[in-house]
Design a protein around this ligand. Sequence first.
Ligand code: FAD
Length: 213
Amino acid sequence: MTRQPIPVVPAAHYMCGGVSTDLWGRTEIEGLFASGEVAHTGLHGANRLASNSLLEALVFSDRVHQHASRRLNVAAGYPDVPDWREDDVFNTEEWVLLAHDRVEVQRLMWDYVGIVRSDFRLKRAARRIGVIAREVEEFYKRTRVTEGLLELRNITTVAALAVRCALKRRESRGLHYNVDCPEDGSAVPEDTVLSVRETWQSSEVDWQAAMNI
Ligand SMILES: Cc1cc2nc3c(=O)[nH]c(=O)nc-3n(C[C@H](O)[C@H](O)[C@H](O)COP(=O)(O)OP(=O)(O)OC[C@H]3O[C@@H](n4cnc5c(N)ncnc54)[C@H](O)[C@@H]3O)c2cc1C
């Protein structure tokens, strides 16, 4: 800093939002609980308050534990799962494509889904991330599962959901700002929530057609 200015870039060190839960950490899926950074308990409203996150993680993890431990004895057990098959050829060349996909998702999110958004950029991101999501899903189904592949699949899923949520919200509030709808919409703020049906049962193609992307 004695020779040149320190580079300044926007940054967000946390996620606001996440898996919706009730006050016991229960999600829409029976038996699946969420607490801490991954959860959206509703405590933070449209913006996240500093220094509340650790407290929230502690309180909700304790509540999840209290609730889950009460229902351990009534759990239905595990479903039958077929034997693991690893007879597909592991093609190392395709890993180059996956490494490329990962960088591309990061780049798309940085460039098009950053602090100031627009419908045009969000739709562009949705189309491109949709293509990558389909490629990753195909690869996932026909190759050996590895940490890198799971991470890429998770990153792509979260990216696609963040874009869907951003496009669904027709106002700017808290952390979310879209130049195409800069005003606060309703007097009573509402969360943008995607149901399990919207996230798992509709493919990127169906969803994009419904949103006219
Ligand atoms: C820079 C920064 C500053 C912050 N400052 C504050 C503050 O001042 N006050 C405040 O209240 N909060 C603050 N927070 C937020 C707070 O730290 C987080 O909300 C909290 O740590 C989340 O806890 P967690 O247990 O949910 O997640 P994490 O602490 O992220 O723990 C998740 C754990 O899971 C592990 N993991 C991930 N994937 C896998 C896997 N597949 N298998 C096994 N393990 C896995 C990870 O390695 C990690 O150890 C800050 C966060 C950051 C990044």
